[in-house]
Design a protein around this ligand. Structure first.
Ligand code: NJP
Length: 255
């Protein structure tokens, strides 16, 4: 079997980096993208040194022209088999009454339009993948149920969820499957720190007393499982939470 190629957005940290490592270990050629070029270059070098196939391509998913150029860059590859739309995140935890619309716009830009941009650019290649293509969207449990302070993040992830559902309907009959992974609480390097704009104390409080939040590797594991099913098997939606989290705000804490 020839080497399959997986493109991963937001591969510079957290779930994206773990997914890149995991898919490389599964034998995929991984194309790592993110805005922080130094990080993805370092990860690609690490994977290459370990005998895997990895390349880095700096990319802001909200920059539509850059994403289009990225699609052309991928023409050099024999095929594009898998797209992992992982770039995203939250900004702020303000109530709807007082939230900053700039934050809402930024979250919509990256979580929804970023995913749209990359999916549109890569779909022609995914359609011609030898064993069929896979579009995977890392959404969130925040895209399936709301919570106070979830605000613009909830709205954006509902958008990502709606896009996954709609795209699956529209591609029915074509050799491309659409998979959605909706994680609950995952303790990653960047998520909470970004949400609270670098306030490490507030970020740490998100996970306070939670014995075992999910790790980036846990989500990478579910991504790898979903994309390595036989091509006719479409895992529509996987909701993955830590055992200590029964719902978005129902979290067992040992404080
Ligand atoms: O977060 P973090 P996670 N263009 O901050 C990239 C969802 N999720 O791994 O550009 C391109 O470590 C950024 O790269 P850089 C979450 O919503 C998480 O936890 O270099 N890339 C970085 O690699 C998100 O969709 C939790 O700054 C952009 C990555 O995104 C995904 O999981 C729970 C970008 C973020 O890595 C990964 O989050 C949940 C742009 N414009 C859903 N903007 C959780 N952790 O609890 C950002 O339900 N990135």
């Amino acid at each position: 079997m020839s080497t399959r190629t997986a493109v991963i957005t937001g591969a510079s940290s957290g779930i994206g980096a773990a997914t890149a490592r995991r898919l490389a270990a599964e034998g995929y050629r991984v194309v790592l993208t993110a805005r922080r070029g130094d990080r993805i270059e370092a990860l690609a070098a690490e994977l290459t040194a370990a005998g895997h196939k990895a390349v880095a391509h700096e990319l802001d998913v909200t920059d539509r022209a850059a994403v289009t150029a990225f699609g052309a860059f991928l023409d050099a590859f024999p095929a594009v088999d898998v797209l992992i739309n992982n770039a995203g995140g939250a900004l702020g935890a303000d109530p709807v009454a007082t939230a900053d619309p700039t934050d809402w716009r930024t979250m919509y830009e990256v979580n929804v339009l970023g995913t749209l941009n990359v999916t549109q650019a890569l779909l022609p290649r995914l359609r011609t993948a030898p064993d069929g293509g896979t579009v995977l969207i890392v959404s969130s449990t925040a895209g399936l149920a709301t919570y106070e302070g979830g605000g613009g993040y909830v709205a954006a992830k509902y958008g990502a969820h709606a896009m996954a559902e709609t795209l699956r309907l529209e591609l029915c009959g074509e050799p491309v499957r659409v998979v959605e992974i909706a994680p609950g609480m995952v303790k990653t390097e960047g998520f909470a720190v970004t949400r609270f704009r670098g306030d490490e104390e507030k970020a740490a409080a998100v996970y306070a007393g939670v014995a075992e939040p999910l790790t980036a590797e846990d989500i990478a594991d579910t991504v790898a499982w979903a994309v390595t099913r036989p091509p006719h098997v479409n895992v529509d939606l996987l909701v993955v939470r830590p055992r200590a989290q029964a719902a978005n705000r129902k979290v067992h804490r040992e404080l």
